[in-house]
Ligand binder design. Sequence first.
Ligand code: SF4
Ligand code: SF4
Length: 464
Amino acid sequence: MKHYGFDAPFIDHDSIYGLLDVAKNTPDEEMTRILDKADRLEGLTHQEVACLISTHSPDHIQRIFQIANKIKHHIYGDRIVLFAPLYISDHCVNNCLYCGFNCNHKYERKKLTLDEVREEVRLLEAMGHKRLAVEAGEDPVNCPIEYVLDVLKTIYDMKFENGDIRRCNVNIAATTVEDYRALHEAGIGTYILFQETYHRPTYEAVHAGGPKKDYFYHLTAFDRAMQGGIDDVGAGVLFGLYDYRFEVIALMMHGEHLEKEYGVGFHTISVPRIQKADGADLGVARYIPTDEDFLKLVAVLRLAVPYTGIIISTRESLEMRKKLLQIGISQISGGSTVEVGGYQKREHKSTQFELADNRPASEVIDWLLDQGVVPSFCTACYRKGRTGDRFMSLAKTGNIKNVCLPNALVTLQEYACDYGSEEFKRKTERLIALQLPNIKSEAMRETTKHNIEAIKAGARDLYV
Ligand code: SF4
Ligand code: SF4
């Protein structure tokens, strides 16, 4: 078998094939040992993940879901963090066959002017969003790093009656250490980059042209980001391009590599499943996981990295989002558009992919409340300097939840005061009363109550 791992030793393809071969026949006692370890919230190695992701035993799968649900409640409680994507440019020099922005798709491209950025951000803020993911295609001429930095400064400089955008995560193409340093200095939250597929032959086939075709350069982007000072990185796989079992094991190997080299693994993992898009070729999606397999893989990730945020987007239907919430998703987007200038309801041009959940943000937030979930607009860690290893040490000891729920309740109260109807305010009041006892430390409970009252009295942007 060809050895594909020559220039990327931390994703050794032969070793993944070998693990998948052996994992099919994992003895029951070994499965029990792995599941017990996951149940103790100790996380899993990529070898252990190989065993879980390969199982088709209904008993094992049921236990995986039970443990995922337990971890979700133990670590994340009932809160879920909300964010919105902001597409600033769809100029792209790459030919990624699965994406509507690929350079062979002929339509009129758009890059937002800074005034248009302000208008989009004004609309996002009016929906209550405090956390954005800034997204752009790769085009060094039409969308250079200087433009991205200008956009970030524009967003962070904006102040509204009800506050401001408090955290911008950034999802732009793999770049140099110098560019990452500039992004770090601009105050980005997480640098997000999807590997799309870790399987090199597939990667090279679906990236038919452009700089992104370079598997090794793309794969080592987080190394350069960390060398440039960014210590929160968010990974992702576009599920459907290759065998999900291979992808999940490789994802774990990538995280282990960063942990070993820089002392910090992934801050978040995104789990998009491939969707139709105008101008994209769905023929490349020969491995779309079934709903059952998709739920299993998300649950296995929850067991493997209990303290890493898992993000789903509006690509998933309402029904799937409901199920995914139960097994450990910790962040979702709401009221999203995946179109440049989309929030201004401009003339429809082209989108990166189709959405399955088109509800406006207010409906998503209301729906979460009705599920007993606390929608959180928290951005505290990044602003408190709890990033990288500081964040991880808090996360891995389980202490992060002592600040997540207080911040979720206070930011929800802020949202209710600034954007909620009278009915929404009543629902919020009930949910907060139900959730306050879940804050274990009495001192923190008192601080939270105090902050909630202060918000009602007009204070803003309180966090611990
Ligand atoms: Fe461009 Fe990204 Fe789409 Fe590829 S996935 S065509 S890099 S926007
Ligand atoms: Fe995220 Fe930190 Fe806020 Fe928890 S406290 S929701 S980890 S930013």
